[in-house]
Design a protein. Sequence first.
Length: 394
Amino acid sequence: MSTFNKPLADRLRPLKLEDFLGQEEIVGENKLLREAIENDNIPSMIFWGPPGTGKTTLALIIAQKTNSEFIKISAVSSGLKDLREIIEKAEINHRLGKKTILFIDEIHRWNKTQQDALLPHIESGLIILIGATTENPSFEVQGALLSRVRVFVFKQLDDKSMEKIIKRGMKSIFVRANKKSIDFLISISNGDARVALNILEYASTQSKEIDIDIIKEAAQKTSLIYDKNGEEHYNIISALHKSMRGSDANAALYWLARLVEGGEDPLYIARRIIRFAAEDIGLANSRALDLAVNVYNACHYIGYPECDVILAEAVVYMAKSKKSNELYVAYNKAKEDIRKTGNLGVPLHLRNATTKLMDEIGYGKGYKYSPDYNYEENQEYMPEKLKNRKYFKD
């Protein structure tokens, strides 16, 4: 693809650290990663953060700065066969005294077998890994691999950085916009530079004088207007939650569709459904939580767009299920007691006497072993200050 035919976001991708905007906490002046890049001495690492925040861009800047061989692959389209070929190339580089940097975009898409195959080569130093992911690496990356890399957390770009990026784009494609229009574009882009530039590029095909109406139209063409971090995001999530709570399956399905078609991460929606199952259904139907967790796993396995009907099944089930917030209310009462009373000591009879001294002090003394009393023993389990405190109705 020629440079002219590339999307604006790719054409404007900076190639030098001096032109990189945002993520000051990671690559600002005198930061360790910046010095490591400038000294061509980077560790294996994972960049974790939302889309359009500079993860791939920073990796490509490293490619420009390093004397190593830089290999870029996507976890979506690459597998063990590709990794074996890369390892062979890295071994040749090693014999020649040259380092190999492997950049894996969307590393969370690699399964356990693929990640395990990479691990020994990270350990030996044959390969320096740079992974990029939008998913929490604590859940998506194997613990053994995660323990051998540094994780750098990327944040959504702030308004100041977004404004500079948008103005670069405007200059590049010769368009004009007033501050109000630029601020509106920033507000609907959710700290995602790629989204902002895609909207800007489409808007430029309509007019060289861009206003809010043109931006709205361009946004509707590129994606439904849905500010994932702004008021509309919380409004729609709230509407979904309350529709399920109110047992209105039709409304729940509508608000779900607004989220999914608006580009919300399906796993985020699935996590909210899990919370709903515990908070609003709770003890009235314990199967709801099982189903919600299974839905999350199914969405993780199958991905978008196929997971839309899985989420639909979940929200309709939650809406039609019996409801009880007894567990939610009870836990909040316990939490409030902790806030008021602090760290109350565990009663001595509930403590295990693991040393002679503990036994002499009275740890475990007088404890009644429940099976010996057919689980009908008369015994206090609360701290003395909260004796006979009840969180559930009898």
